[in-house]
Design a protein around this ligand. Structure first.
Ligand code: FMN
Ligand code: SF4
Ligand code: SF4
Length: 446
């Protein structure tokens, strides 16, 4: 079994899996249940001057039968008294000294920062996370993502926090910026010890077509919220990788955004995260998901021959390059496994209308079940358009094949094919070595 413990900015965590600052870390009782379930650390629900929340405050997107592929909230920071929060942080650290508790903070003035940092450190927090990410409500009050949009202000507040804190300071970044390097570099210039990213993405999750009020509605109105959950993972991975490969971002990163499984977590770690944080998946399925994360991640590291989680950190970064550095001579084509094909025609249509018109069909054995075991076996000679199998009709057999000379290796057919491993992309050998667009333009050949 690999060693899952990590050390981030001098803070030791039994594993890289942390609860993000959000409803699952709202109270001490919850955080302790999270630790009992196996989470290595928790970033407390953001502390500041307690606010008043609205009803309702969550919205979600379901897609094709899958619930909550994207989640949206208009909740603010803690609505509980600071005294209660600090008392509970103290109690949690006393009972769980080996687990990590990070105090997430958001206040306005320098004096308020000094005061809340002192109270967090006194309560026993292992580190601080400055919340410069919240894209609703708090930004209207000059906090949250309003700070992330102003790199100078962000750097200044970070330097205050460093001045007042004797525990590591993380800056949590907002994705609602043109270039994540701007707030990232500002955080580093302010002296932060680590960066957490991403917070939620400014969004409107939908409109109720009966009432014509955007969602989630507060009576007859709504407002923009913060988008999170599985749908935002690609955006988070990109921002993480951009900072992860930048030599000027010389601090560890805690990766957040759409993580639900050990595979998601491993991808974040491979792109440079030392720890990862989870919110939406815990709100959906509960603390128990960390069990599978620990098991799956352990098995993965064992299979890779890695002895510790640390060995994976940043391993995928060398493979993240600019487009102009990609190999223009690398060729692949689609290969269809006729034995697995059920003749649904999706690859044919996708290639015809959305790619390079190089999948054709011919008569052949059909592997789909139509209730007639004898139907459909014939010579595979006649090129024909696809015929859709519909209830009761004797189904025509139609086997797709790829005109390999015309295939541009785009992946589309493989992506739409509903049968696992039925379409595979295979490499075509060629004599030329690697040549990128940058090579060509430097050589003057393109
Ligand atoms: C209901 C809700 C409340 C949140 N509250 C906070 C908060 O108080 N402070 C904070 O830094 N982030 C907050 N977040 C953002 C999460 O910590 C996290 O950055 C974001 O949800 C992306 O992770 P996920 O895709 O795993 O949910 C909140 C998210 C949700 C859904
Ligand atoms: S890889 Fe693209 S071009 Fe090639 S057959 Fe599939 S969809 Fe068509
Ligand atoms: S999408 Fe897959 S299963 Fe459907 S016809 Fe194409 S190869 Fe066969």
């Amino acid at each position: 079994m690999a060693d899952l413990s990590v050390n981030i900015c001098g803070i030791k965590s039994p594993n890289p899996f942390w609860l993000a600052s959000a409803p699952p870390t709202n109270t001490g009782e919850q955080v302790m249940r999270g630790f009992d379930a196996g989470w290595g650390g928790a970033v407390w629900k953001t502390l500041g001057e307690p606010i008043v929340n609205v009803d309702s405050r969550f919205g979600a997107i379901d897609y094709s039968g899958t619930k909550v592929i994207g989640f949206n909230n208009i909740e603010l920071i803690t609505d509980r008294p600071l005294d209660a929060n600090f008392k509970e942080i103290y109690e949690v650290k006393k009972r769980y000294p080996d687990n990590v508790v990070i105090a997430s903070l958001m206040v306005e003035t320098k004096e308020e920062w000094q005061e809340i940092i002192k109270r967090s450190v006194d309560a026993g927090a292992d580190g601080l996370e400055l919340n410069f990410g919240c894209p609703h409500g708090m930004c209207e009050r000059g906090m949250g993502s309003a700070v992330a949009e102003e790199p100078k202000v962000l750097a200044e507040i970070t330097s205050w926090a460093k001045e007042f804190s004797n525990v590591p300071v993380f800056v949590k970044l907002s994705p609602n910026v043109m270039d994540i390097r701007d707030p990232g570099l500002a955080a580093v210039s302010g002296g932060c010890d680590g960066i957490s990213l991403i917070n939620t993405i400014k969004s409107i999750i939908g409109v109720d077509l009966d009432t014509l009020v955007p969602k989630p509605s507060v009576g007859r109105e709504s407002t923009n919220g913060g988008y999170c959950g599985p749908a935002i993972k690609p955006i988070a991975l990109h921002m993480l990788a951009v900072l992860g490969r930048d030599p000027k971002i010389n601090v560890p990163i805690s990766g957040i955004g759409g993580i639900s499984t050990w595979q998601d977590a491993a991808e974040f770690i491979a792109l440079g995260a030392t720890t990862i944080q989870v919110c939406t998946a815990v709100m959906h399925y509960g603390y128990r998901i960390v069990d599978d994360m620990i098991d799956g991640f352990n098995n993965y590291l064992d299979n890779k021959g890695m002895h510790s989680a640390n060995e994976l950190i940043g391993k995928a970064i060398p493979g993240f390059v600019e487009w102009g550095e990609l190999d223009l001579n690398y060729d692949i084509i689609a290969k269809i496994d006729e034995d697995k094909c059920i003749g649904c025609g999706l690859c044919y249509v996708a290639c015809l209308d959305g790619a390079h018109q190089c999948i054709h069909t011919r008569k052949g054995p059909c592997n789909a079940w139509h209730g007639d075991p004898d139907h459909g076996f014939g010579p595979r000679t006649e090129v024909m358009p696809p015929v859709w199998h519909n209830g009761g009709e004797p189904a025509m057999n139609h086997v797709p094949f790829v005109d390999e000379k015309e295939c541009i290796g785009c992946n589309l057919c493989m992506l739409v094919c509903p049968v696992p491993d039925c379409i595979n992309m295979v490499e075509v050998s060629h004599s030329g070595g690697k040549e990128s667009w940058k090579d060509r333009t430097t050589n003057g050949s393109s």
